[in-house]
Design a protein around this ligand. Structure first.
Ligand SMILES: NC(=O)c1ccc[n+]([C@@H]2O[C@H](COP(=O)([O-])OP(=O)(O)OC[C@H]3O[C@@H](n4cnc5c(N)ncnc54)[C@H](O)[C@@H]3O)[C@@H](O)[C@H]2O)c1
Ligand SMILES: [Zn+2]
Ligand SMILES: [Zn+2]
Length: 399
């Protein structure tokens, strides 16, 4: 073990819609299960926008953001044996031990070694608030990776970073979204939201031979899916999207629905107000509002419940918080809806996905990113991604 500190640049949170690039001194090996990785590519995620917008009460000024990194191993602790200095690795966004009861079940998001018990939450995540352990994140030049005896995914030399970086989150998330959707063979699925998660959910579902109908309201996102041969609906063109989808499916709705929107759904002015408010309230009050009063926006989930055919399955992969919004229990019960949800168990799906990355890139991950920026331009990257400006769909940062 070594104790040299490497001062390096990191993207840090400073307040609502305020991220900066700071110099921080924090990438040394603390434990025999740690590794230090020099980051070569690191992405901004839709989940980072929750920090940018509504999760302020749970984050401290100066916290390092980011959970979609890859790079080159600099050094490893004594108990890390599956990777070595010089290896090219992708770092899953969740930190899991790989050997506890939950990890054995393939439920790495519930890892009993890293669960953030004082917050009542599951496995720790990189760069994701006190709720998830306040672990320094991966939008940085260097990253300390805890539980590195399990987490890092070794990838081959050759293809560019872009081919592999989405193994950290986006591809396993989309994969789990499709798995949890339980689409019958030859069946149909609606994908709500065409951010990166929705785009890849739609591509993976189509790759498996399902009929895919995708819904969003941002023209270039709809266009990107259309170019992939996916049927798309623009919410702005329809008074009632669920009716439109029933019309396309013999009056029934699709067998399954994937909600890849989450709590920042468009279309609910009341909760927009609450959301804006929590951005400016003192932390203690805002935190309680976020947890208890429900500033969440369930539009996309309500839509999913309406769209899915009777006896069908909803796969909820967009992130939700809060408790107060009423659920349409009568409809859910009467339609006999099955509902699955949760953070993705990244490593559970890596072996399924890897062949698709090695063999011809059928999901077309290369070329997916709309922006590649140096790390110093992270504030600009966050801004265009949040405002959906300049056609931003996925922003990669390259330290
Ligand atoms: N479960 C997990 O492990 C996991 C992992 C990664 C991301 N996520 C979550 O998945 C969600 C999507 O992530 P992303 O990176 O694709 O984000 P994103 O913000 O880029 O995409 C969301 C999309 O939903 C669209 N949208 C908004 N309201 C809509 C509505 N009413 N109907 C249809 N579309 C609507 C937006 O236009 C946008 O294109 C986020 O909530 C994110 O936090 C979950
Ligand atoms: Zn992410
Ligand atoms: Zn574990």
């Amino acid at each position: 073990m070594q104790d040299t500190e490497v001062p390096h640049e990191s993207v840090t949170w400073h307040g609502k819609r305020d991220v900066r690039v700071d110099t921080v001194p924090d990438s040394i090996i603390h434990n025999p299960t740690d590794a230090i990785v020099r980051i070569t590519t690191t992405a901004i995620c839709g989940s980072d926008l929750h920090l940018y917008e509504v999760l302020g009460p749970f984050i401290e000024a100066g916290d390092i953001l980011g959970h979609e990194p890859m790079g080159i191993v600099e050094e490893v602790g004594s108990e890390v044996t599956h990777i070595a200095a010089g290896d090219r690795v992708v770092i899953p966004f969740q930190i899991a031990c790989g050997q506890c009861y939950m990890c054995d079940l393939g439920l790495h998001t519930q890892c009993e070694t890293t669960q953030v018990r004082d917050q009542g939450m599951g496995a720790a995540l990189f760069g994701y608030t006190k709720l998830y352990g306040e672990v320094p994140g991966g939008q940085a030049e260097y990253l300390r990776v805890p539980q590195a005896q399990f987490g890092p995914i070794k990838v081959p030399e050759g293809p560019p970073d872009e081919r592999f970086v989405y193994l950290s989150d986006v591809l396993p998330t989309a994969w789990q979204a499709v798995e949890y959707a339980g689409v019958p063979d030859g069946g149909s699925v609606t994908v709500l939201g065409l951010g990166p998660i929705g785009q890849f959910s739609a591509r993976i579902a189509r790759h498996r031979g399902y009929r895919v109908i995708a819904v969003d309201l941002v023209p270039e996102r709809l266009e990107m899916a259309r170019r992939q041969g996916i049927e798309v609906l623009d919410t702005r063109d329809h008074d009632d999207i669920a009716d439109a989808i029933r019309d396309m499916t013999g009056g029934r709705g699709t067998d399954s629905v994937i909600d890849a929107v989450g709590m920042e759904a468009h279309g609910s002015p009341a909760s927009k107000f609450a959301q804006t408010l929590t951005g400016f309230l003192p932390d203690a009050i805002a935190r309680r509002m976020m947890e208890k009063a429900g500033v969440d926006r369930l539009n996309a989930l309500y839509l999913a419940i309406d769209i899915v055919r009777r006896g069908g399955t909803i796969s909820l992969i967009g992130v939700y918080g809060g408790q107060a919004d009423p659920m349409p229990m009568l409809t859910m019960f009467d339609k006999q809806i099955q509902l699955r949800m949760g953070q993705v168990n990244v490593k559970r799906w890596v072996d399924d996905i890897m062949p698709l990355l090695m063999d011809g890139d059928p999901l077309e991950v290369e070329g997916f990113a709309t922006h590649k920026l140096p790390l110093e331009q992270a504030p600009h990257g966050y801004e265009i991604f949040q405002k959906k400006e300049d056609g931003a769909i996925k922003v990669l940062l390259q330290p």
